[in-house]
Design a protein around this ligand. Structure first.
Ligand code: ITT
Length: 208
């Protein structure tokens, strides 16, 4: 069963391929030319569906299960910011490092060295049967001192609940067991199994 990922974020692609290791998974840019998708939704769910739909339609005849991930970090001391704006917190084309530094500066401006925070991942699935969306969350704290090189995005400043180290220090084996993305994708796997079963009953169990 061919699963196509509607993302151009390499960190997400790496983690999703690891989590769906028992499936045939491709970033959409392996199949068609990459294109800009305007994420103008007001929630993680809306943006995940916008991305998954855009790629599903662009694939045309390639009848695939398309998965999109819209995610971000919400910091309590910043009133939930950057949230859905996490990828562009430091500016339209900001790098992961620029986004993280902006968050550190925002905490420092409030005289804080840490705050409660959580990651959210909305995982949208679009297939010829229709569309759905599930979520996963990971709670913890953000600190103003980046530590470790693992993961991506805000991971060097995020300490998951129950740990002393950041995700940058902890590494992928720990993150895969805890993350918002893992939790969302574990639910998405159930939906994928249901689609498979439904297709086997209707006799349409192959995907071009
Ligand atoms: P696509 O839209 O192409 O998937 P993107 O990077 O623009 O890529 P989002 O709009 O979903 O994706 O933004 C997510 C941002 O949230 C991402 O750029 C990171 O800065 C942050 N983020 C999400 N999940 C993360 C994680 O597991 N670890 C660290 N940062 C994460």
């Amino acid at each position: 069963m061919k699963i196509v990922l509607a993302t151009s974020n390499k960190g997400k692609v790496r983690e999703i391929i690891e989590l769906l290791h028992d499936h045939e998974v491709y970033p959409y840019t392996d199949l068609i030319e990459g294109f800009e998708i305007i994420e103008d939704g007001e929630t993680f769910k809306e943006n995940a569906l916008i991305k998954a739909r855009a790629v599903y339609h662009a694939l045309g005849d390639i009848d695939a299960i398309v998965i999109a991930d819209d995610s971000g970090i919400s910091v309590d001391a910043l009133g939930g910011q950057p949230g859905i704006y996490s990828a562009r917190y430091g500016g339209e084309n900001a790098t992961d490092k620029e986004n993280m530094n902006k968050l550190i500066d925002a905490l420092k401006q409030q005289g804080l060295d840490s705050s409660k925070a959580h990651y959210t991942a909305a995982i949208a699935i679009v297939t010829r049967e229709g569309e759905s969306c599930v979520h996963g969350w990971m709670h913890g704290d953000v600190s103003i001192v980046p530590r470790g090189e693992n993961g991506f995005g805000y991971d060097p400043i995020f300490v998951p609940s129950g740990f002393e180290k950041t995700l940058g220090e902890l590494g992928s084996e720990v993150k895969v067991g805890l993350s918002h993305r893992s939790k969302g994708l574990n639910l998405a796997k159930i939906l994928i199994e249901q689609i498979k079963t439904q297709r086997s009953y209707t006799g349409i169990d192959t995907i071009k």
